[in-house]
Design a protein around this ligand. Structure first.
Ligand code: SF4
Ligand code: SF4
Length: 509
């Protein structure tokens, strides 16, 4: 057993109101620069929908993540080393700017300098890339609140994976079915495809906390990481030709502070904590043959931070004592492992993602209300959970490699917790039947309720600061990752001809 520490995140999707504050604050912090106009390290998608970039979940198209070879060993879906090297200059699995969207600005000067006249001056949208007039046809958030999504629903890869009858129902009764928001950042995977695909060794996973970064000094702009990432969370800065990605706000994490997206989240739905895992077991966990076994295999990677044997192994491996203490109070461990209500996004990509999600109960509650049921009655909600195939199959495609029982189990726990607390608070009774139905104890219910409903800042973010003794090493790593400003270390000369950058339209040479 080789114990390592990982900083990880859980998001509670029931609380996301799709306000995009997280995206905007992240952009202001990290990608408000030339070359990254189209880049959103944090984006919020409306589901069902095709997302950003378009259809990123369709790995038949983009060939991201890992698959098993004939002998059951992991290999990048994008191909082995030889194939990737042969494709260096003609990589067909790369989204174009049209798959993201053409970033726009406005000709604000016209507003300020227009001569006095009878008509109000009008400003036209201009491409932020070419400066020319442009028509706005798509955006990172085009499907917001299902706006325009009815037109594109058929293209959602999760719907394509559903049985035909259910898929047709989602397509044709789209706005009546369900919707929710899905905020996404880099998953800082334990088995990152981006790192394995990088021919320059520029992408790396920090040993001390597992944050995945790009060394700007080593990146040669081959873009293999963009193709290999199944979540499409590596981007190319078209000014520098180098890869950039979510940094998990590592300077803040080192200071014991949450990421900017978490700090500013209006719904207070993000949780950040340390988890301990067995690094020797990652490859085996990512290689289990049946995709529906991946969730349990990934859960089993996490070590119980209260187990004296784990504590001793962690100390021997150099994990600082206060990091182990933090792991023992980790809201991520609590939600993902102790209560098993958080699930990884697309575990079948086999990258072992470290941003997990509590699936939304609201589609089920809405459906129960629509049937004139009482969505506060656990019996009716339980019934709804077992009957409502469509949201269940859709959520299972996102979070459990299609296993609806896993999602139903989580939603039952969440629903039971509401019923249990309602009975306790309003009637002063203990709903024993809910404890029996979910296999949870009273203490489990109270702990889960506390975390999901009333947890304060210090309970949602349990982040031990970086250690002074590792500061020099961290500073050195930080220099390589700086994305800060034009002229900074990451903003050097373009190393590749413009023709091989992704900033071109589909079909253009
Ligand atoms: S989600 Fe992040 S760590 Fe995982 S493969 Fe993509 S870029 Fe790499
Ligand atoms: S700030 Fe929070 S609530 Fe708002 S969109 Fe982002 S994740 Fe959702």
């Amino acid at each position: 057993m080789r114990v390592m520490a990982q900083v990880a995140m859980v998001m509670n999707l029931d609380k996301c109101i799709g306000c995009h504050t997280c995206s905007v604050t992240c952009k202001q912090t990290w990608t408000n620069r030339e070359g990254t106009e189209y880049v959103w390290f944090n984006n919020v998608e409306t589901k069902p929908g095709i997302g950003y970039p378009k259809h990123y979940e369709d790995q038949e198209r983009w060939r991201g993540g890992w698959v098993l070879d004939d002998r059951g060993r992991l290999k990048l879906r994008s191909g082995g080393k030889v194939k990737r090297l042969l494709g260096l200059f003609a990589n067909p699995d790369l989204p174009s700017i049209d798959d993201y969207y053409e970033p726009i600005t406005y000709d604000y000067d016209t507003l300020i300098t227009a001569p006095a006249g009878r008509d109000t001056p009008v400003i036209r949208p201009k491409s932020a890339l070419t400066g020319k007039d442009t028509a706005i046809k798509w955006g990172a958030n085009w499907e917001d609140d299902l706006g325009g999504a009815a037109e594109h629903a058929a293209g959602d890869p999760n719907i394509a994976a559903m049985p035909k009858q259910a898929a047709d129902k989602v397509r044709f009764e789209f706005e009546r079915t369900f919707m929710f928001h899905l905020p996404r950042i880099c998953e800082h995977c334990l088995n990152p495809a981006c790192v394995s695909a990088c021919p320059s060794g520029a992408m790396y996973k920090r040993a001390e906390d597992g944050i995945v970064l790009v060394d700007q000094n080593r990146c040669r702009g081959w873009r293999m990481c963009v193709s290999a990432c199944p979540y499409k969370k590596v981007y190319v800065n078209h000014n520098t030709g180098k890869a950039e990605k979510c940094t998990f706000c590592f300077p803040r994490i080192e200071a014991g502070q949450p990421t900017v997206c978490a700090e500013t989240c209006v719904g207070r739905l993000r949780y950040i904590g340390m988890v301990l895992y067995d690094a020797d077991a990652v490859t085996a966990a990512a290689s289990v043959p049946d995709p529906q076994d991946l969730l349990e295999a990934q859960r089993n990677l996490f070590l119980d931070p209260a187990d004296p044997a784990v504590v001793s192994a962690a100390l021997s491996a150099g994990v600082p004592r206060d990091w182990i203490d933090a792991a023992q109070r980790s809201p991520v461990y609590e939600l993902a492992i102790r209560h098993k209500v958080a699930l990884p996004l697309h575990p079948e990509y086999r990258t072992v993602p470290m941003v997990w999600y509590i699936p939304p109960l609201s589609p089920v509650l809405d459906a129960v209300s629509e049937m004139d049921g009482d969505n506060a009655d656990p019996d009716q909600v339980f019934h709804g959970i077992t009957q409502l195939r469509i949201p269940m199959e859709y959520l299972a495609s996102l979070f459990a490699a299609g296993d609806t029982e896993v999602v139903a189990g989580v939603l039952m726990k969440l629903s039971a917790m509401r019923g249990y607390m309602r009975a306790r608070t309003l009637d002063g009774t203990v709903a024993e039947e809910l404890l029996a139905a979910t296999g949870m104890s009273s203490m489990d219910m109270e702990r889960l309720y506390r975390l999901l409903a009333v947890a304060k800042y210090d309970e949602r973010y349990v982040i031990p600061p970086a250690h002074r003794e590792t500061a020099a090493e961290l500073a050195e790593l930080g220099t390589g990752c700086s994305l800060d400003v034009p002229g900074g270390p990451g903003m050097g000369r373009v190393l590749l001809p413009l023709s091989v950058l992704p900033i071109k339209r589909n079909g253009e040479p």
